[in-house]
Design a protein around this ligand. Structure first.
Ligand SMILES: Cc1cc2nc3c(=O)[nH]c(=O)nc-3n(C[C@H](O)[C@H](O)[C@H](O)COP(=O)(O)O)c2cc1C
Length: 223
């Protein structure tokens, strides 16, 4: 079994990457082979709305017609058995690399425009997935801004198109080693550090478990 992890953060050693690595470690602990792909260094764009993937033609069901660095990643993902996506939340949604990547992957394998759980017939197996989101704000901010909805929506799209999908949201992340070097008046640094010390080990343990159960199938929802 092979699990591919997709990192949507430009920071290749940041929170999203660390969480992804831990989830992939969980997948390996359950016997999977893993690979991590960092999107930011790749040269690709979001959907150009050409609708080649929806044309009544022999190409239908064969994925995204655009050819760039994302193409080969999509191919490897289809050869794999499960996916883990990890991205910071920027302005209420996944970081732009992740958005661009998901637009192409999801939309090109969306069977119809009618919604529901109609999988693209060309997809011969289910691709279970995990989405990991992280953000600077705390749980109250998450709730106040209804950010859970955006994450839930992305997960639901993948649940419908590819296979059982789950997500987790990690709040109150630490972005700088030394906050005194930046204008961060809105951040209560002492409270953040205390939160981090208390919650981060559990956050890592939780994503490890998500990676592990992605492989064992324990988490799979009824389909
Ligand atoms: C462009 C940009 C936009 C951001 N927007 C938000 C936001 O709307 N809410 C929030 O809580 N954090 C926001 N953040 C903070 C990041 O989500 C947070 O620090 C995250 O853990 C960074 O992940 P990384 O270490 O993988 O880069 C933003 C950061 C950047 C760079």
């Amino acid at each position: 079994m092979k699990i591919i992890g997709i990192n949507g953060s430009p920071r290749l050693k940041g929170n999203s990457a660390t969480l992804l690595d831990k989830a992939l470690e969980g997948a390996r602990a359950a016997g999977a082979e893993t690979e991590r792909v960092d999107l930011y260094p790749l040269n690709f764009k979001g959907c150009r709305s050409c609708f080649a993937c929806k044309r009544k033609s022999p190409f239908y069901g064969k994925g995204c017609a655009m050819k760039d660095d994302a193409t080969e990643v999509f191919e490897r993902m289809l050869e794999a058995d499960g996916w883990i996506f990890s991205s910071p939340l920027y302005l209420g949604h996944s970081a732009s690399s992740m958005c661009a990547f998901l637009e192409r992957l999801h939309f090109s394998y969306l069977h119809t425009y009618e919604g529901g759980r109609q999988r693209m017939p060309s997809l011969k197996k289910l691709y279970p997935s995990v989405f990991i989101y992280d953000l600077n704000g705390g749980p109250q901010f998450l709730e106040m801004m209804h950010l859970e909805n955006a994450c839930e929506y992305e997960t639901m799209l993948f649940d419908h198109a590819f296979g059982p999908s789950r997500h987790t949201i990690i709040t109150n992340t630490v972005q700088f080693e030394d906050y005194s070097k930046y204008y961060t008046a809105a951040v209560n640094v002492a409270a953040k550090m205390a939160w981090h010390e208390e919650h981060w080990p559990q956050d890592l343990a939780n994503v490890f478990e998500l990676g592990r159960t992605l492989v064992t199938g324990e988490y799979a929802k009824e389909d």
